[in-house]
Design a protein around this ligand. Structure first.
Ligand SMILES: Nc1ncnc2c1ncn2[C@@H]1O[C@H](COP(=O)(O)OP(=O)(O)OP(=O)(O)O)[C@@H](O)[C@H]1O
Length: 262
């Protein structure tokens, strides 16, 4: 099937001082897919995500998201584009002094200040339910939630503005295997219901096998390969072989969850 490009990265280079994280990196994400992004620690997965969402100014290269160029956009234009995606940062990044419901309301208040009172509460409650949290989670503070519930609360906030695109940075890190599998299933369900495209950074081999349509591998400052796990396994790159075909990779391929992609 032809790829309807929702994210296009061409010739991207990122550096901190003299240290290059990416050099001439290319990546395409197709509308409707769950793209897994993997790579060793420090290969620049988070920096890549930050570049795509406009939080990291690249040294060079072009980035287009939802048909809009992202590099050097002025703030007003960038703000309009930002409302079309949701982000779940690595640590959840919830505001600790706000309740779950108030956290979910933050982006709605920012972009739709005329939505107030009961309607605002209802939208937040709907997003909280959609993320698989009980209704009584709304008035709780992040510190009163388990790690898994905090992830779901952060997901509810990421879904607040009905995004077309969802960025997830290691969503299952720190969850027990049952919690992680449940989170994977939730992502697939939401993707199908809401027609989402998902950019998913993960180290979790179970997640890759269970829900990703394609996987992009970062190494040597580039995306060295993109494809289904089967396609990647056919490549003889040592990191890919060790990662997917090592003991943990083989175990994960035999323990897929009931989640399916569609
Ligand atoms: N703000 C920053 N200032 C300086 N260096 C940074 C900054 N952010 C990231 N880096 C460096 O860029 C490199 C890539 O970092 P990044 O967080 O993207 O890696 P990652 O692949 O997401 O790693 P992990 O899997 O451990 O989360 C690292 O060497 C890191 O130290």
């Amino acid at each position: 099937m032809a790829c309807d490009e929702i994210i296009t990265v061409r010739g991207l280079s990122n550096a901190f001082g003299e240290q290059y994280v990416h050099k001439d990196l290319d990546l395409t994400v197709c509308r409707g897919e769950i793209l897994g992004v993997v790579g060793g620690s420090g290969t620049g997965k988070s920096v890549l995500m930050r570049s795509i969402i406009g939080l990291q100014q690249p040294v060079s290269g072009e980035i287009e998201v939802l048909g809009e160029p992202m590099v050097d956009r002025d703030e007003a234009e960038a703000k309009n584009i930002r409302r079309r995606w949701g982000i779940l940062f690595q640590n959840g990044a919830l505001f600790s002094t706000l309740t779950v419901a108030e956290n979910v309301q933050v982006p709605i208040r920012e972009y739709f200040p005329y939505i107030k009172g009961e309607l605002l509460d209802e939208i937040a409650a709907y997003k909280i339910a959609m993320s698989g949290l009980p209704a009584n989670a709304g008035p709780k503070y992040p510190s009163e939630l388990s790690g898994g519930m905090r992830k779901r609360a952060a997901l509810a906030r990421a879904l607040a503005l009905d995004p077309e695109l969802l960025f997830l940075d290691e969503p299952t890190a720190g969850l027990d295997p049952i919690g992680a599998a449940a989170f994977d299933e939730l992502i697939v369900k939401l993707k199908q219901k809401l027609d989402l495209t998902v950019f998913l950074i993960t180290h979790d081999l179970d997640t890759l096998h269970a829900i990703c349509d394609r996987v992009a591998v970062l190494a040597d400052q580039k995306v060295i390969a993109v494809g289904t796990i089967e396609e990647l396994l056919a490549m003889d790159h040592p990191w890919i072989q060790e990662y997917f075909n090592g003991p943990r990779g083989r175990a994960a391929s035999g323990h897929k969850t009931g989640a399916s992609v569609g």
